[in-house]
Design a protein around this ligand. Structure first.
Ligand SMILES: Nc1ncnc2c1ncn2[C@@H]1O[C@H](COP(=O)(O)OP(=O)(O)OP(=O)(O)O)[C@@H](O)[C@H]1O
Length: 241
């Protein structure tokens, strides 16, 4: 089966610092892959390269088998690659509905009634439909994170990149969001989720990729990866007792 997303041999340096060193992994439709690793491991840089907002030095990014390495973020989005941002970005003075609608138009290439329907469906999926008329700038953190999800979903992704979407939330709030992310995977979207809140991640992720010093240290079933002594040393600073 062709992977929904394939990251092949990605390399990136910032000056003398090698941030990503031949990173490869792939994700199939409906699979939720968690990306973990210590601070500075290169996780956000990797997401930025996959999304097309940062250039890679080497390697390729393939979406459904098509090489998108040279394409700008908007083109990748139209081809089915959407992302959320670590820090939600309310868009000016727009309402929640207008924000989702804009994403359906700009990101999804939809117009008129079809764009409205996509926006409504995305808000429903993210649990924000009742807040459609509210200004996005006035939302609390959980609702801002939900709006990040709705914005990405309104673009109609086949691949969804999540950047620390659970950060700053309480356990109960995270639980609600995790349910939504699980539903998106069950609907066939391939998910790549960079997250430090591992207890949230393992509720959805069927696989974990651990990055350390820009390399893939482990890639496999979550319990096996988290139990790997090399992962524990890199991530938690110690091996299992
Ligand atoms: N624009 C930049 N210029 C120079 N160095 C950078 C730049 N962006 C990131 N880095 C460095 O690249 C390395 C990887 O950063 P990155 O943010 O990708 O890591 P991360 O795994 O996402 O970390 P965190 O978990 O803290 O978010 C770090 O050493 C960081 O300081």
């Amino acid at each position: 089966m062709t992977a929904a997303l394939e990251v092949r041999d990605i390399g990136k340096r910032f000056g003398a610092l090698t941030v990503l060193d031949r990173v490869s992994f792939s994700v199939t439709a409906g699979e939720a892959v968690g990306v973990v690793g210590p601070n500075g491991a290169g996780k956000t840089t990797l997401l930025d390269i996959v999304a097309g907002v940062r250039r890679r030095d080497r390697g390729r990014v393939l979406l459904g088998g098509a090489d998108v390495t040279g394409l700008p973020p908007e083109r990748r989005c139209r081809l089915g690659l959407a992302r959320t941002f670590q820090v939600p970005r309310p868009m000016g003075d727009l309402t929640v509905f207008e924000t989702a609608l804009l994403a359906a138009v700009r990101g999804g290439g939809l117009h008129g009634r079809r764009a409205e329907q996509a926006a409504i469906r995305a808000l429903e999926t993210a649990g924000l439909l009742a807040d459609g008329d509210r200004r996005s700038t006035g939302l609390r953190l959980l609702s801002r994170k939900r709006l990040e999800l709705a914005r990405a979903v309104a673009a109609g992704p086949r691949v969804l990149l999540l950047d620390e979407i659970a950060g700053g939330l309480t356990d109960a709030e995270t639980g609600a969001l995790v349910g939504t992310i699980g539903d998106l995977a069950a609907a066939g979207i391939a998910i790549v989720w960079v997250e430090h809140v591992i207890r949230a991640l393992v509720r959805v992720a069927t696989r974990l990729v651990c990055l350390a010093d820009g390399r893939v240290l482990a890639d496999g079933e979550p319990r096996a990866v988290l139990g790997d002594p090399a992962v524990q040393r890199a991530y938690f600073g110690r091996a299992a007792p």
